[in-house]
Design a protein around this ligand. Structure first.
Ligand code: NAD
Length: 375
């Protein structure tokens, strides 16, 4: 089986789908791996490192795509690149299938089996290939480090002969994978952390990391069978926004990570709350790329409000730590390929009835096969 990893074309993307360690693993399985020249240039891996790991390096992207039995990439391809793939090829990447309807139809028409990393089930068996988690974990860390670097104050308490400096107050909104890592990182830096999530079990997890859980009685907050939160009702949302306003106003740093699977993230911090915050405080919105949790935040930009609050809506925050983000993402790819690898045929087996593939295989055999996206 020929595996090809093209360079990312989105200018904000610094990660690579394969790193040399993943190439080595795939070559060890018996795959022929080829990567586009410059694949790892923005995450610390030169072409020579891929060659040393057993890959061939090509500058001919179109030929690489056309010859591939399996393509790995971080972001979804441009529509016209789908047409370069051969019928029967497998394509694995983040796909944003809820919004990329045309792309999905194009994959089906091209008879490509498209696998969406976002749709990998959150199960123990699939954990080793769970790219959402591997990236969210690093994004949570990076969000805190970015906030710390943009403040004019420090995180830890310091008792010095010149007086005592109070610890930073950090509020983490949304305690999923990213939120938990943000709490852990902020605690390590010495901050006093408060956290809120609509899932009660997440509050307990925050407490076990030493954060103070903000408890707001919202009535029933249902979750999905995958452990995701469901959308709140307008009344519940209004109650939450009101109850957390005081915590925001008193915080030096607010990190928002709240997402509802398959939907636009809820706006949880409105302009009046931002206006009530102290000058010099910082909000990092990890949901910014998909719409944001904070009113007035511009995805991909850092802005300062009239009252001196820094709104950080950076896109691709995990890409700020591109080497490690690529390391774990590439490991997710290699683990997935290994999991479905047939040693004798030396090929990735498409098994539409398999529990994991049922979750993440979107198109196959010329059709959209995923129940959620069938037209
Ligand atoms: P996510 O990125 O979809 O959302 C981030 C957090 O935002 C979630 O904790 C969610 O509850 C929260 N949220 C939604 N609406 C909110 C609101 N109005 N206010 C505050 N918070 C709100 O979540 P995720 O990080 O991808 O994790 C989702 C779930 O999957 C979690 O339960 C996690 O423990 C679970 N998970 C399981 C596995 C596994 O079993 N293999 C792996 C990873 C994650």
């Amino acid at each position: 089986m020929k595996i090809f990893a093209p360079k990312e074309i989105n200018p904000i993307e610094t990660r690579a789908s394969l790193d040399p360690a993943a190439v080595k693993k795939l070559v060890g399985l018996g795959a022929e791996v080829s990567v586009e020249s410059g694949l790892g240039a923005r995450c610390g891996h030169g072409d020579a490192a891929y060659i040393d790991a057993g890959a061939t390096v090509t500058a001919d992207r179109a030929a690489g795509l056309a010859a591939a039995d399996l393509v790995t990439r971080v972001r979804q391809p441009a529509l016209d690149e789908v047409g370069l793939l051969k019928a029967g090829a497998i394509h694995i990447s983040f796909l944003d299938p809820f919004h990329e309807t045309e792309l999905i139809s194009r994959f089906a028409a091209q008879q490509v089996s498209a696998i969406s990393l976002e749709m990998i089930p959150r199960t123990t068996l699939a954990q080793k290939m769970d790219a959402i988690s591997s990236q969210a974990n690093l994004a949570g860390y990076a969000a805190v480090v970015i906030a710390a670097s943009r403040m004019n104050t420090i995180f830890p308490m310091m008792m010095t002969p010149a007086g005592t400096i109070s610890p930073a107050k950090v509020f983490v909104l949304g305690i999923g994978v990213a939120g938990l890592q943000a709490i852990a990182t902020a605690k390590r830096l010495g901050a006093r952390v408060t956290a809120f999530d609509v899932r009660p079990e997440a509050l307990e997890q925050a407490e076990s990391l030493g954060a103070k859980a903000l408890r707001i009685d919202l009535g029933t907050t249902a979750g999905t069978d995958q452990g995701y939160a469901k959308e709140l009702s307008p009344d519940q949302l209004a109650k939450q926004i009101d109850a957390q306003a005081k915590v925001c106003a008193q915080s030096d740093v607010v990190i928002t990570t709240a997402k509802v699977f398959g939907r636009k993230p809820p706006i949880l911090i409105k302009k009046d709350v931002v206006a009530s915050m102290q000058s010099g405080s910082v909000i990092v919105d990890l949901a910014a790329e998909s719409g944001g949790n904070v009113e007035g935040i511009t995805p991909g930009e850092v802005t300062v409000t009239a009252n001196g609050v820094k709104l950080i809506g950076l896109a691709n925050i995990e890409g700020t730590v591109a080497k490690h983000a690529s390391q774990v993402l590439a490991a997710n790819f290699a683990n997935m390929i290994e999991h479905f690898w047939d040693k004798e045929a030396r090929t990735f087996m498409i098994k539409p009835a398999d529990e994991i593939q049922q979750g993440c295989l979107i198109t196959h055999g010329g059709s959209i096969v995923h129940e959620r996206f069938k037209i």
